[in-house]
Design a protein around this ligand. Structure first.
Ligand code: NDP
Length: 418
């Protein structure tokens, strides 16, 4: 398309001009893009073909009592009711003593994929024999990690097919997520394997299936705490357990169960400048670890207590990537008051469990729509064109109508403006 060629070489103003000249956007729409940018043009140095800073609302979630410490959790999300649900779930758990977390280790895995090898067993023995040299080569490629107490820890070989194998490298990446660090180390080891072992390397890259970086969050509460309107606590607890079983048995339900969990997790991952695609892919791969895609959390009743547990890979960082670049991330780290990436992992696992409890609690009692639509109606009012001073009136009119939809919101606005 004319004018769009070499778009990346144009200044920001030139890019806007092209979009306007080619009638892709109107003057008003260009103004909308311009309003999002500031003098620093940070985004322009972060990504390619930058035209605007797309913003998503941020809120805070309360009642997170984790391993005896209280946290206020910043969450970035465009979905109404996520933050309210998160605070509700965390509140139920806090009332019974809060969350407990466990983290065994924080290692990132990377892969060097070899093809056309002759004898897997022989090559594996050779690699095992040279493990110390390979780890040294990896460490020399990113030596600063050693100085921080991290570094390459072990290597293993896995046969993937008759002609394909993976050399997995595990690295302690300290406070970073470690993708770039690991990729640098992997390429150095891959070079050695290519030259010294005369092997064909197909590729080398970290794995987002971070099985050596798992976080566990647990909670327990008396069934009586779950009592609601027409339901006893025992009834709700039992239904939550049944819902949890369904998510273990049926991938159709498991996907939605996990989507609800990721509503909370992604919102904190985003707020803290971490790579949510990496967390998403790892979480879903982990959910399918035994061959069937299952819910990431499970609920049981033991001795009159509802017990919840979630386990998932959470390779987040407190430094690196965009974390040190985006000003709001620093502010959010301050709100959270976290001291380390490991502490952040613990919090995020709890947010996943709290979010899940709130969703299941609503689903098995009043249903998800009542609470959801209460908050969703506000979005409908805005989407229908309600101005700030009209929203409350629109909401009140819509509360009296049956159809909570865009048409109803538009009708309410029309009525107000008559
Ligand atoms: P960086 O490349 O930014 O590396 C981490 C940086 O943090 C290094 O510069 C390191 O310094 C510095 N640092 C300071 N203090 C510490 C500390 N205590 N511990 C560890 N590092 C410290 O980030 P990552 O390697 O974490 O890579 C994350 C980025 O990679 C994300 O933006 C992600 O989106 C992207 N990515 C993701 C992929 C995937 O998920 N598949 C693939 C490729 C990239 P020094 O250099 O001195 O060690």
């Amino acid at each position: 398309m004319k004018g769009l060629k070499k778009f990346y070489r144009k200044t920001l103003q030139e890019r806007w001009d092209v979009l306007q000249d080619r009638k892709i956007l109107t003057n008003e729409q260009i103004k909308c893009l311009k309003r999002t940018t500031d003098a620093t043009e940070l985004g322009n140095s972060m990504i390619e073909n930058f035209i605007a800073n797309y913003s998503i609302p941020e809120g805070v979630s309360f009642h997170y009592l984790i391993d005896g410490r209280d946290y206020i959790v910043p969450m970035v999300t465009e979905e109404p009711s996520v933050i309210a649900a998160s605070s509700h779930g965390a509140g139920l758990i806090k009332k019974a003593g809060g969350f407990k977390t466990k983290i065994k280790q924080r290692l990132m895995l990377g892969q060097i994929i070899l093809e056309d090898f002759q004898d897997f067993q022989e090559l594996r023995e050779k690699i095992d024999h040279e493990q110390a040299s390979l780890l040294r080569i990896a460490n020399e490629a990113h030596y600063s990690l050693i100085k921080r107490g991290g570094g390459a820890r072990w290597i293993r070989c896995r046969k993937l097919a008759d002609d394909l194998m993976s050399i997995d490298l595990a690295v302690d990446v300290q406070e970073a997520m470690g993708a770039n660090m690991l990729n640098t180390m992997l390429e150095a080891v891959a070079d050695y394997v290519r030259k010294e072992f005369s092997q064909t390397v197909l590729m080398s890259i970290l794995s987002n299936y971070a099985t050596e970086c798992l976080a566990v969050a647990e909670c327990s509460m008396p069934l009586s705490n779950l009592k609601k309107e027409n339901f006893t606590g025992e009834e709700i607890g039992h239904k939550i357990v049944q819902a949890s079983r369904v998510a273990q048995l049926d991938p159709y339900r498991a996907a939605t169960h996990n989507k609800g969990i990721m509503n909370g997790i992604d919102a904190v991952v985003l707020a803290t400048g971490n790579d949510w695609r990496a967390i998403e892919s790892g979480a879903h791969a982990f959910a399918a670890r035994d061959g069937l895609y299952r819910g990431l959390s499970q609920w049981t009743i033991v001795g009159g207590q509802l017990k919840g547990r979630i386990e998932l890979p959470l390779p987040v960082g407190s430094v690196g990537g965009s974390i040190g670049i985006l000003p709001l991330v620093k502010v959010n780290q301050k709100i959270l008051n976290v001291k380390s990436a490991e502490e952040l992992e613990r919090i995020i696992a709890c947010v996943g469990l709290g979010q899940n409890l709130a969703a299941l609690y609503a689903l098995v009692s009043e249903g998800i729509q009542k609470g959801h639509m209460r908050l969703q109606t506000k979005s409908l009012a805005i989407a229908a064109g309600a101005k700030a001073d009209e929203i409350q009136q629109v909401l009140s009119m819509m509360s009296k109508t049956k159809g909570k939809n865009l048409a109803a919101a538009k009708a309410a606005i029309k009525e107000i403006r008559r």
